[in-house]
Write a protein that binds this ligand. Structure first.
Ligand code: AMP
Length: 296
């Protein structure tokens, strides 16, 4: 496994591998502090491509003022061990100076899809994401790029960017990896105090309860789903709901309260963002996606 810190070296190494018949290139973009969720993306990339590039970059331009850019957890040595054990060929770890030697005057912004949910709570966040992902695509030139459905809105936004700009890369959405008790893995889970970690289980519990009741037909409308999600989350006295939404996926249009979820054939996403103390967690579940994760 090669550890590369400059764009020039990364380009040369990918070119070398591709020209010597290594096969398609897969990119797994991350901010590091790797866990099994990230590992699942690396494994999928390993299955599908001949050169697996893992990028680790805590991207300052996707953090708002007062967010956790400075304190975001970092552990390079452990990350390298995780990457190596998951068959990564190249780890790209650029510094901020390498990615942004001067303040960027160009940004890539996807409209509409970014104006709600995390886009509304974190203004500018998705512009930072699409700009850095575009840079990474231009640097690595991957055939496939792997993203987790943990960040489902991000998947929708990136798929839209690829579609609109005719980017020559195939996005591979990968399922959410959870702890045994249901909590979705996240680098930010380390921020949780024991009490908050316990209470955070209301996220997956609310999603599971809603999915079960939808399957049974005991609730059918978006309004009933919203109410149920809110009710189960509110069983935690410390849960502070940012949003508990029901939308079409991947176009991310909020469903009317009286709109029925069953029998439409379209995928629906149940999307949550909830604060526990200082930590904001997100989670989601798809309903009616038996054919897999829908594409734009
Ligand atoms: P991050 O390092 O948080 O920016 O995440 C990098 C990639 O890993 C993103 O595509 C995330 O959606 C994905 N990811 C993070 N957590 C999980 C998880 N629990 N399951 C699957 N993918 C995940």
């Amino acid at each position: 496994m090669k550890v590369i810190r400059t764009i020039e070296e990364l380009r040369a190494e990918v070119k070398h591998r591709t020209s010597t018949g290594a096969g398609p290139v897969g990119l797994v973009p991350t901010m590091g502090y790797l866990h099994e969720g990230h590992a699942s993306l690396m494994k999928r990339a390993r299955e599908m491509t001949g050169t697996v590039v893992l990028s680790i970059f805590v991207n300052p331009i996707q953090f708002g003022p007062g967010e956790d850019f400075e304190t975001y957890p970092r552990d390079e040595q452990r990350d390298l061990a995780v990457a190596e054990s998951n068959g990564v060929d190249i780890v790209f770890i650029p510094g901020v100076q390498e990615m942004y030697p001067k303040p960027t005057k160009t940004k890539v912004a996807v409209s509409e899809l970014t104006s709600l949910l995390c886009g509304a709570s974190r203004p500018g966040h998705f512009d930072g994401v699409t700009t850095v992902v575009n840079k990474l695509f231009n640097i690595v030139k991957p055939d496939f790029a792997f993203f987790g459905m943990k960040d489902a809105q991000q998947v929708a936004v990136i798929e839209q960017m690829v579609y609109d700009l005719n980017l020559d890369v195939k996005i591979v959405p990968c399922p959410i990896v959870r702890e045994a008790d249901g909590l979705a893995l996240s680098s930010r889970n380390v921020y949780l105090k024991p009490e908050e970690r316990e209470q955070a289980l209301v996220l997956s519990r609310s999603l599971n309860t809603a999915l079960e009741q939808l399957e049974k037909g005991s609730i059918t409308t978006a309004g009933e789903v919203r109410d149920l999600l809110t009710k189960v989350i509110s069983e935690s006295p410390i849960a502070d709901i940012d949003y508990a939404e029901v939308l079409s996926f991947p176009d991310m249009i909020p469903l009317e309260n009286d709109s029925r979820l069953s029998g439409t054939g379209n995928a629906t996403i149940l999307a949550l963002a909830v604060r526990f103390g200082k930590t904001r967690l997100i989670d989601n579940a798809l309903f009616q996606s038996k054919e897999g994760i829908p594409h734009v």
